[in-house]
Design a binder for this molecule. Sequence first.
Ligand SMILES: Nc1ncnc2c1ncn2[C@@H]1O[C@H](COP(=O)(O)OP(=O)(O)OP(=O)(O)O)[C@@H](O)[C@H]1O
Length: 371
Amino acid sequence: MILTRLHLVHYRNYRDETLEFSPGINVICGQNAQGKTNLVESIHLLSRGYSHKTGTLMDMVGFDESGFFVQADIVKEDTSHTLSIKMQDKKKTVLLNGKKETRRDAVLGVLTTILFEPDDLKIVKEGPEKRRRFMNNEISGFKPNYPYILKNYAKIHNQRNALLKEIKYDSTLALTLDSWDEQLVKYGSMLMRYRIDYLRRLNVKARELHRELSGGQEELVLFYQNNVLENPQEFSDLERIFREKLQASRQEDIARGSTTYGPHVDDIMIHLNGKDAKKYGSQGQQRTAAISLKLSQIEIYRESTGDYPVVLLDDILSELDDRRQRNILSILGKTQAFITCTDPSFIEHYSELPSKILKIEDGRQLKQIEN
Ligand SMILES: Nc1ncnc2c1ncn2[C@@H]1O[C@H](COP(=O)(O)OP(=O)(O)OP(=O)(O)O)[C@@H](O)[C@H]1O
Protein backbone atom coordinates (compact mmCIF):
# COMPACT_ATOMS: atom_id res chain seq x y z
CA MET A 1 0.00 0.00 0.00
CA ILE A 2 1.46 3.32 -1.08
CA LEU A 3 0.22 6.83 -0.45
CA THR A 4 1.25 8.71 -3.56
CA ARG A 5 -0.33 12.14 -3.15
CA LEU A 6 -1.92 14.23 -0.43
CA HIS A 7 -3.99 17.34 -0.94
CA LEU A 8 -4.76 19.54 2.09
CA VAL A 9 -7.11 22.52 1.98
CA HIS A 10 -7.71 24.70 5.06
CA TYR A 11 -6.43 21.85 7.17
CA ARG A 12 -4.84 23.31 10.34
CA ASN A 13 -1.99 25.54 9.09
CA TYR A 14 -2.12 24.17 5.50
CA ARG A 15 -4.01 26.52 3.18
CA ASP A 16 -3.94 24.67 -0.15
CA GLU A 17 -1.05 22.27 -0.57
CA THR A 18 -0.45 19.19 -2.67
CA LEU A 19 2.39 16.86 -1.74
CA GLU A 20 3.76 13.87 -3.62
CA PHE A 21 5.53 11.04 -1.87
CA SER A 22 8.16 8.37 -2.34
CA PRO A 23 7.13 4.69 -2.02
CA GLY A 24 10.02 4.36 0.47
CA ILE A 25 10.91 6.70 3.30
CA ASN A 26 9.50 10.21 3.37
CA VAL A 27 11.34 12.49 5.72
CA ILE A 28 9.11 15.40 6.74
CA CYS A 29 11.48 17.97 8.14
CA GLY A 30 11.26 21.53 9.38
CA GLN A 31 11.60 23.74 12.41
CA ASN A 32 9.18 23.45 15.33
CA ALA A 33 5.52 24.38 14.83
CA GLN A 34 5.67 24.37 11.01
CA GLY A 35 3.09 21.63 10.31
CA LYS A 36 4.97 18.31 10.37
CA THR A 37 2.66 16.65 12.89
CA ASN A 38 -0.35 18.22 11.20
CA LEU A 39 0.63 16.45 7.99
CA VAL A 40 0.98 13.09 9.76
CA GLU A 41 -2.31 13.72 11.56
CA SER A 42 -4.11 14.24 8.23
CA ILE A 43 -2.83 10.85 6.96
CA HIS A 44 -3.92 9.20 10.20
CA LEU A 45 -7.31 10.89 9.92
CA LEU A 46 -7.85 9.53 6.40
CA SER A 47 -6.84 6.10 7.58
CA ARG A 48 -8.84 5.86 10.82
CA GLY A 49 -11.48 8.57 10.61
CA TYR A 50 -10.27 10.34 13.76
CA SER A 51 -7.26 12.33 14.93
CA HIS A 52 -4.60 10.95 17.25
CA LYS A 53 -4.22 14.46 18.69
CA THR A 54 -7.69 15.86 19.31
CA GLY A 55 -11.17 14.51 19.85
CA THR A 56 -13.05 16.84 17.56
CA LEU A 57 -12.71 17.29 13.82
CA MET A 58 -13.53 20.99 14.12
CA ASP A 59 -10.12 21.54 15.77
CA MET A 60 -8.52 20.64 12.44
CA VAL A 61 -10.33 23.36 10.50
CA GLY A 62 -7.87 26.14 9.61
CA PHE A 63 -8.23 29.24 11.80
CA ASP A 64 -10.93 31.58 10.40
CA GLU A 65 -12.17 28.94 7.93
CA SER A 66 -15.50 27.08 7.94
CA GLY A 67 -14.27 23.66 6.87
CA PHE A 68 -11.40 21.57 5.52
CA PHE A 69 -10.75 19.07 2.76
CA VAL A 70 -8.12 16.30 2.83
CA GLN A 71 -7.58 13.91 -0.02
CA ALA A 72 -5.15 11.05 -0.62
CA ASP A 73 -4.31 8.95 -3.66
CA ILE A 74 -3.47 5.43 -2.63
CA VAL A 75 -2.17 2.54 -4.70
CA LYS A 76 -3.17 -0.80 -3.28
CA GLU A 77 -2.54 -4.09 -5.06
CA ASP A 78 -2.03 -2.21 -8.37
CA THR A 79 -5.37 -0.41 -8.04
CA SER A 80 -5.62 3.33 -7.39
CA HIS A 81 -8.07 4.78 -4.91
CA THR A 82 -8.84 8.35 -3.98
CA LEU A 83 -9.99 8.81 -0.41
CA SER A 84 -11.24 12.20 0.81
CA ILE A 85 -12.68 13.69 3.96
CA LYS A 86 -14.57 16.93 3.74
CA MET A 87 -15.60 18.87 6.79
CA GLN A 88 -18.02 21.68 6.10
CA ASP A 89 -20.34 23.47 8.54
CA LYS A 90 -19.53 20.89 11.23
CA LYS A 91 -20.56 18.01 8.94
CA LYS A 92 -18.15 15.28 7.87
CA THR A 93 -18.40 13.65 4.44
CA VAL A 94 -16.24 10.73 3.35
CA LEU A 95 -15.69 10.15 -0.35
CA LEU A 96 -14.17 7.06 -1.92
CA ASN A 97 -13.21 7.49 -5.58
CA GLY A 98 -15.40 10.59 -5.74
CA LYS A 99 -18.53 8.87 -4.35
CA LYS A 100 -20.00 9.66 -0.96
CA GLU A 101 -19.55 6.70 1.38
CA THR A 102 -21.68 6.36 4.48
CA ARG A 103 -20.59 2.86 5.56
CA ARG A 104 -17.56 3.11 7.82
CA ASP A 105 -16.25 -0.35 7.00
CA ALA A 106 -16.25 0.45 3.25
CA VAL A 107 -13.39 2.91 3.70
CA LEU A 108 -11.50 1.35 6.58
CA GLY A 109 -8.68 -0.65 5.10
CA VAL A 110 -8.30 1.54 2.00
CA LEU A 111 -5.44 3.24 3.81
CA THR A 112 -3.96 1.34 6.75
CA THR A 113 -1.49 3.10 9.02
CA ILE A 114 0.57 2.42 12.08
CA LEU A 115 1.40 5.51 14.07
CA PHE A 116 4.42 5.54 16.35
CA GLU A 117 4.78 8.61 18.59
CA PRO A 118 6.95 9.36 21.67
CA ASP A 119 4.17 8.36 24.06
CA ASP A 120 4.34 4.82 22.67
CA LEU A 121 7.82 4.46 24.15
CA LYS A 122 6.11 4.45 27.54
CA ILE A 123 3.97 1.36 26.82
CA VAL A 124 6.13 -0.83 29.03
CA LYS A 125 7.02 1.69 31.72
CA GLU A 126 3.71 3.30 32.59
CA GLY A 127 0.40 2.09 34.01
CA PRO A 128 -2.07 -0.41 32.51
CA GLU A 129 -4.11 2.34 30.84
CA LYS A 130 -1.27 2.90 28.34
CA ARG A 131 -1.20 -0.79 27.41
CA ARG A 132 -4.98 -0.98 27.04
CA ARG A 133 -4.83 2.06 24.78
CA PHE A 134 -2.08 0.39 22.77
CA MET A 135 -4.18 -2.78 22.33
CA ASN A 136 -7.26 -0.76 21.41
CA ASN A 137 -5.45 1.37 18.84
CA GLU A 138 -3.66 -1.50 17.22
CA ILE A 139 -6.62 -3.88 17.03
CA SER A 140 -8.77 -1.06 15.62
CA GLY A 141 -6.26 -0.70 12.78
CA PHE A 142 -7.16 -4.01 11.21
CA LYS A 143 -10.49 -5.03 12.81
CA PRO A 144 -12.98 -2.39 11.62
CA ASN A 145 -15.74 -3.32 14.09
CA TYR A 146 -13.45 -3.25 17.16
CA PRO A 147 -13.89 0.52 17.85
CA TYR A 148 -17.67 0.02 17.71
CA ILE A 149 -17.53 -2.82 20.28
CA LEU A 150 -15.18 -0.81 22.48
CA LYS A 151 -17.46 2.21 22.38
CA ASN A 152 -20.50 0.11 23.30
CA TYR A 153 -18.66 -1.58 26.14
CA ALA A 154 -17.48 1.79 27.52
CA LYS A 155 -21.01 3.20 27.33
CA ILE A 156 -22.58 0.21 29.13
CA HIS A 157 -19.79 0.12 31.71
CA ASN A 158 -20.37 3.82 32.53
CA GLN A 159 -24.12 3.37 32.72
CA ARG A 160 -23.77 0.31 34.96
CA ASN A 161 -21.46 2.26 37.28
CA ALA A 162 -23.92 5.17 37.45
CA LEU A 163 -26.71 2.73 38.29
CA LEU A 164 -24.60 1.05 41.01
CA LYS A 165 -24.21 4.43 42.69
CA GLU A 166 -27.97 5.07 42.54
CA ILE A 167 -28.80 1.62 43.96
CA LYS A 168 -27.08 2.60 47.18
CA TYR A 169 -29.93 5.08 47.77
CA ASP A 170 -32.77 3.22 46.04
CA SER A 171 -32.40 -0.57 46.27
CA THR A 172 -35.43 -1.24 44.02
CA LEU A 173 -33.27 -0.18 41.06
CA ALA A 174 -31.21 -3.36 41.55
CA LEU A 175 -33.82 -5.17 39.46
CA THR A 176 -32.57 -3.41 36.34
CA LEU A 177 -28.98 -4.56 36.81
CA ASP A 178 -29.54 -7.92 35.08
CA SER A 179 -30.15 -6.37 31.69
CA TRP A 180 -27.04 -4.17 31.98
CA ASP A 181 -25.00 -7.18 33.02
CA GLU A 182 -26.13 -9.09 29.92
CA GLN A 183 -24.99 -6.23 27.68
CA LEU A 184 -21.71 -5.94 29.54
CA VAL A 185 -21.12 -9.68 29.12
CA LYS A 186 -21.95 -9.49 25.41
CA TYR A 187 -19.60 -6.65 24.47
CA GLY A 188 -16.98 -7.42 27.13
CA SER A 189 -16.60 -11.00 25.90
CA MET A 190 -16.21 -9.79 22.32
CA LEU A 191 -13.46 -7.40 23.44
CA MET A 192 -11.66 -10.09 25.41
CA ARG A 193 -11.80 -12.54 22.49
CA TYR A 194 -10.30 -9.95 20.14
CA ARG A 195 -7.58 -9.12 22.67
CA ILE A 196 -6.68 -12.75 23.37
CA ASP A 197 -6.41 -13.48 19.65
CA TYR A 198 -4.35 -10.34 19.06
CA LEU A 199 -1.96 -10.99 21.95
CA ARG A 200 -1.39 -14.53 20.74
CA ARG A 201 -0.16 -13.12 17.43
CA LEU A 202 1.72 -10.24 19.03
CA ASN A 203 3.53 -12.64 21.34
CA VAL A 204 5.03 -14.53 18.39
CA LYS A 205 5.99 -11.46 16.34
CA ALA A 206 7.27 -9.31 19.21
CA ARG A 207 9.39 -12.15 20.56
CA GLU A 208 11.08 -12.62 17.15
CA LEU A 209 11.65 -8.93 16.69
CA HIS A 210 12.91 -8.34 20.22
CA ARG A 211 15.38 -11.19 19.89
CA GLU A 212 16.73 -9.46 16.77
CA LEU A 213 16.79 -5.97 18.31
CA SER A 214 18.53 -7.16 21.47
CA GLY A 215 21.16 -9.09 19.50
CA GLY A 216 19.79 -12.41 20.77
CA GLN A 217 20.26 -11.36 24.41
CA GLU A 218 16.67 -11.01 25.51
CA GLU A 219 13.57 -13.16 25.39
CA LEU A 220 10.33 -11.18 25.44
CA VAL A 221 7.11 -12.87 26.53
CA LEU A 222 3.66 -11.31 26.91
CA PHE A 223 0.87 -12.41 29.24
CA TYR A 224 -2.70 -11.25 28.98
CA GLN A 225 -3.85 -10.08 32.40
CA ASN A 226 -7.56 -10.30 32.81
CA ASN A 227 -9.63 -10.69 35.97
CA VAL A 228 -12.42 -12.70 34.36
CA LEU A 229 -10.43 -15.64 33.02
CA GLU A 230 -8.23 -17.52 35.44
CA ASN A 231 -6.61 -19.68 32.77
CA PRO A 232 -6.70 -19.87 28.95
CA GLN A 233 -8.71 -23.15 29.05
CA GLU A 234 -11.71 -21.14 30.23
CA PHE A 235 -11.77 -19.22 26.94
CA SER A 236 -14.67 -21.21 25.42
CA ASP A 237 -16.84 -20.59 28.49
CA LEU A 238 -16.06 -16.90 28.72
CA GLU A 239 -19.63 -15.52 28.75
CA ARG A 240 -20.82 -17.85 31.53
CA ILE A 241 -17.78 -17.14 33.73
CA PHE A 242 -18.06 -13.37 33.21
CA ARG A 243 -21.79 -13.42 34.07
CA GLU A 244 -21.14 -15.43 37.25
CA LYS A 245 -18.36 -13.10 38.37
CA LEU A 246 -20.59 -10.07 37.89
CA GLN A 247 -23.31 -11.69 39.96
CA ALA A 248 -20.93 -12.81 42.69
CA SER A 249 -19.44 -9.34 43.05
CA ARG A 250 -22.73 -7.46 42.86
CA GLN A 251 -22.92 -6.42 46.53
CA GLU A 252 -19.30 -5.33 46.51
CA ASP A 253 -19.87 -3.41 43.25
CA ILE A 254 -22.87 -1.62 44.79
CA ALA A 255 -20.85 -0.72 47.88
CA ARG A 256 -17.97 0.63 45.74
CA GLY A 257 -20.16 2.14 43.06
CA SER A 258 -18.04 0.58 40.32
CA THR A 259 -17.65 -2.63 38.33
CA THR A 260 -14.90 -4.97 39.56
CA TYR A 261 -14.74 -7.51 36.72
CA GLY A 262 -14.30 -6.92 33.02
CA PRO A 263 -11.87 -5.94 30.25
CA HIS A 264 -11.77 -2.31 31.46
CA VAL A 265 -9.06 -3.42 33.91
CA ASP A 266 -7.12 -5.59 31.41
CA ASP A 267 -3.37 -5.32 31.22
CA ILE A 268 -0.44 -6.92 29.43
CA MET A 269 2.39 -8.24 31.57
CA ILE A 270 5.70 -7.97 29.70
CA HIS A 271 8.54 -10.25 30.68
CA LEU A 272 12.17 -9.94 29.58
CA ASN A 273 14.23 -13.03 30.31
CA GLY A 274 11.58 -14.19 32.77
CA LYS A 275 11.37 -10.92 34.76
CA ASP A 276 8.66 -8.26 34.75
CA ALA A 277 10.07 -5.55 32.43
CA LYS A 278 7.98 -2.82 34.08
CA LYS A 279 9.54 -3.48 37.48
CA TYR A 280 13.03 -4.68 36.62
CA GLY A 281 13.81 -3.52 33.07
CA SER A 282 16.26 -0.65 32.49
CA GLN A 283 14.99 2.41 30.59
CA GLY A 284 16.79 1.16 27.47
CA GLN A 285 15.31 -2.33 27.75
CA GLN A 286 11.83 -0.90 28.26
CA ARG A 287 12.22 1.32 25.19
CA THR A 288 13.48 -1.54 23.03
CA ALA A 289 10.58 -3.73 24.20
CA ALA A 290 8.17 -0.90 23.31
CA ILE A 291 9.72 -0.68 19.83
CA SER A 292 9.39 -4.45 19.42
CA LEU A 293 5.71 -4.33 20.37
CA LYS A 294 5.00 -1.41 18.11
CA LEU A 295 6.89 -2.57 15.05
CA SER A 296 5.45 -6.08 15.28
CA GLN A 297 2.29 -4.46 13.99
CA ILE A 298 3.80 -4.21 10.53
CA GLU A 299 3.77 -7.99 10.06
CA ILE A 300 0.52 -8.49 11.99
CA TYR A 301 -1.22 -6.00 9.67
CA ARG A 302 0.28 -7.66 6.62
CA GLU A 303 -0.96 -11.08 7.74
CA SER A 304 -4.42 -9.70 8.51
CA THR A 305 -4.91 -7.50 5.47
CA GLY A 306 -2.55 -9.03 2.90
CA ASP A 307 -0.65 -5.76 2.50
CA TYR A 308 1.96 -3.74 4.33
CA PRO A 309 0.63 -0.70 6.21
CA VAL A 310 1.96 2.84 5.88
CA VAL A 311 4.14 3.59 8.91
CA LEU A 312 4.01 7.03 10.52
CA LEU A 313 6.83 7.95 12.90
CA ASP A 314 6.00 11.27 14.47
CA ASP A 315 8.84 12.85 16.45
CA ILE A 316 10.09 9.45 17.43
CA LEU A 317 13.65 9.41 16.06
CA SER A 318 14.90 12.29 18.17
CA GLU A 319 13.87 10.28 21.24
CA LEU A 320 16.15 7.39 20.34
CA ASP A 321 19.88 6.75 20.33
CA ASP A 322 21.71 5.89 17.07
CA ARG A 323 21.52 2.14 17.56
CA ARG A 324 17.76 2.15 18.06
CA GLN A 325 17.29 4.56 15.15
CA ARG A 326 19.20 2.14 12.93
CA ASN A 327 17.14 -0.80 14.19
CA ILE A 328 13.90 0.93 13.32
CA LEU A 329 15.03 2.07 9.89
CA SER A 330 16.26 -1.41 9.00
CA ILE A 331 12.75 -2.77 9.65
CA LEU A 332 11.10 -0.13 7.48
CA GLY A 333 12.58 -1.45 4.25
CA LYS A 334 9.37 -3.16 3.09
CA THR A 335 6.92 -0.38 3.93
CA GLN A 336 6.26 3.18 2.98
CA ALA A 337 7.10 5.41 5.93
CA PHE A 338 6.69 9.04 6.97
CA ILE A 339 9.21 10.28 9.49
CA THR A 340 8.99 13.75 11.03
CA CYS A 341 12.15 15.40 12.34
CA THR A 342 13.98 18.71 12.57
CA ASP A 343 17.27 17.38 11.17
CA PRO A 344 17.01 15.08 8.13
CA SER A 345 20.73 14.25 7.93
CA PHE A 346 20.23 10.72 9.37
CA ILE A 347 18.76 9.59 6.05
CA GLU A 348 22.15 10.03 4.33
CA HIS A 349 23.25 6.80 6.03
CA TYR A 350 20.46 4.89 4.30
CA SER A 351 21.21 5.54 0.67
CA GLU A 352 20.04 2.02 -0.22
CA LEU A 353 16.43 2.94 0.70
CA PRO A 354 14.32 5.00 -1.74
CA SER A 355 13.63 8.22 0.07
CA LYS A 356 12.44 11.77 -0.25
CA ILE A 357 13.01 14.74 2.01
CA LEU A 358 10.14 17.21 2.17
CA LYS A 359 10.94 20.48 3.87
CA ILE A 360 7.91 22.09 5.54
CA GLU A 361 7.61 25.71 6.59
CA ASP A 362 4.45 27.43 7.81
CA GLY A 363 2.15 24.80 6.32
CA ARG A 364 3.86 24.77 2.95
CA GLN A 365 6.30 22.47 1.24
CA LEU A 366 9.41 24.51 0.55
CA LYS A 367 11.46 21.98 -1.36
CA GLN A 368 11.94 18.28 -1.87
CA ILE A 369 15.04 16.18 -2.37
CA GLU A 370 14.62 12.75 -3.87
CA ASN A 371 16.97 9.78 -3.65
N1 LIG B 1 -6.76 24.61 13.35
C1 LIG B 1 -5.61 25.22 13.07
N2 LIG B 1 -5.55 26.20 12.12
C2 LIG B 1 -4.38 26.80 11.82
N3 LIG B 1 -3.20 26.50 12.40
C3 LIG B 1 -3.21 25.54 13.32
C4 LIG B 1 -4.40 24.85 13.70
N4 LIG B 1 -4.08 23.93 14.66
C5 LIG B 1 -2.76 24.07 14.88
N5 LIG B 1 -2.24 25.03 14.07
C6 LIG B 1 -0.84 25.47 14.00
O1 LIG B 1 -0.03 24.41 13.56
C7 LIG B 1 1.26 24.59 14.10
C8 LIG B 1 1.74 23.30 14.74
O2 LIG B 1 1.95 22.40 13.75
P1 LIG B 1 2.57 20.99 14.09
O3 LIG B 1 2.09 20.45 15.39
O4 LIG B 1 2.33 20.16 12.88
O5 LIG B 1 4.09 21.39 14.24
P2 LIG B 1 5.40 20.54 14.06
O6 LIG B 1 6.06 21.03 12.82
O7 LIG B 1 5.10 19.09 14.16
O8 LIG B 1 6.22 21.05 15.30
P3 LIG B 1 7.14 20.33 16.39
O9 LIG B 1 8.45 20.06 15.71
O10 LIG B 1 7.24 21.37 17.43
O11 LIG B 1 6.42 19.09 16.86
C9 LIG B 1 1.19 25.62 15.19
O12 LIG B 1 1.83 26.77 14.72
C10 LIG B 1 -0.29 25.84 15.37
O13 LIG B 1 -0.61 27.15 15.69
